[in-house]
Design a protein around this ligand. Structure first.
Ligand code: ATP
Ligand code: MG
Length: 287
């Protein structure tokens, strides 16, 4: 088994502190004077499933503030694994192990060493298949707010409405907020899940192939929505659809066999990739 040199953290190892001190007040510029700042940064990240299958190898990735970063690459290359490290989903299963860091700025927190419950207060996630709770439309969106201790009806009403407007669903559901979320179409359910993730104003919004089960109209609505969210929310999206990555993302990262092969400005990566492996993938030669 390949062992990393970087600091390791196992969710089973309780001797390691659960939360890092706040170390940095300022966000880290990507390039001096570029005006671009990182909201997060993956550094030398390794990940093992069940202690033996190494799914991520020394992965580095900047996540630019209030921009969309697309993760692309062939099936099994580790895109979902990387996304799930950000909200510590892997800690739900014993034996999984991390090495390296995921820094969240401006706080300078290392998500890999924080308490997973705390991490999830910072991060919103939307999955491939819409997964509304068996509750009303209203209560689905309010769920994340209630978990954070918000119970004032006026505040909840306002935040639920804002999130549904933000997810481009308000007009379709405002007359039926107390009906079951299961009565919505697949595309509406997915926008509801986006509203649920947006309501607590997460620092990062993670989307794992959010439109792969949707028809072109629902897909277009979600792409429009992501374009509208640009400038307010920091998004990482996994997609198999390269046209989609080119349409909606500002930066693209190409992964292969658990490694980060190439990262750059989306237009540049698609028109002038630096690496042969990226070129082969985007021109459909493999993957
Ligand atoms: N629960 C698990 N236990 C063991 N290995 C896993 C587990 N989940 C994923 N893997 C392995 O980790 C590697 C990366 O899988 P991952 O799901 O991150 O790929 P992906 O890039 O998201 O692929 P896809 O595009 O098909 O969704 C694969 O080799 C996969 O078999
Ligand atoms: Mg996946």
């Amino acid at each position: 088994m390949n062992r990393p040199n970087t600091q390791e953290y196992s969710p089973m190892n309780e001797s390691i502190p659960q939360q890092e001190n706040i170390t940095q007040a300022a966000r880290i510029p990507v390039a001096p004077d570029s005006g671009i700042v990182n909201r997060a940064e993956v550094r030398e990240l390794n990940f093992w499933y069940g202690g033996s299958v190494q799914a991520l190898k020394q992965v580095n990735l900047p996540v630019v503030d209030r921009r969309v970063t697309a993760l692309i690459g062939p099936s099994g290359c580790g895109k979902s694994t990387l996304l799930r490290c950000f909200n510590r989903m892997h800690d739900l299963y014993p034996g999984n192990r991390y090495g390296g860091e995921i820094k969240l700025y401006p706080e300078g927190l290392n998500l890999i060493q924080m308490d997973p419950g705390l991490v999830r207060l910072h991060i919103g996630m939307v999955f491939q298949k819409p997964n509304p709770f068996p509750k009303s439309i209203y209560e689905n969106v309010a769920a994340g707010l209630r978990v954070r201790g918000i119970s004032n009806k006026t505040v909840l009403d306002e935040r639920v409405e804002q999130a549904l407007i933000g997810a481009a669903l308000w007009d379709e559901v405002k007359e039926r907020l107390n009906e079951s979320a299961y009565g919505l179409s697949g595309g509406q359910q997915q926008r509801l899940c986006i509203a649920r993730a947006l309501a607590p104003q997460p620092e990062l919004l993670l989307l794992d192939e959010p439109t792969s089960a949707l028809d072109p109209i629902a897909t277009a609505r979600i792409e429009d929505l992501l374009t509208e969210l640009r400038d307010t929310v920091t998004v990482i999206i996994v997609t198999h659809n390269m046209q989609q990555a080119a349409r909606i993302s500002d930066f693209t990262a190409y992964m292969h066999l658990g490694e980060m092969v190439e990262y750059g400005d989306t237009n540049e990566l698609f028109t002038n990739p630096r690496e042969q492996r990226t070129q082969d993938y985007i021109t459909g030669r493999f993957g």
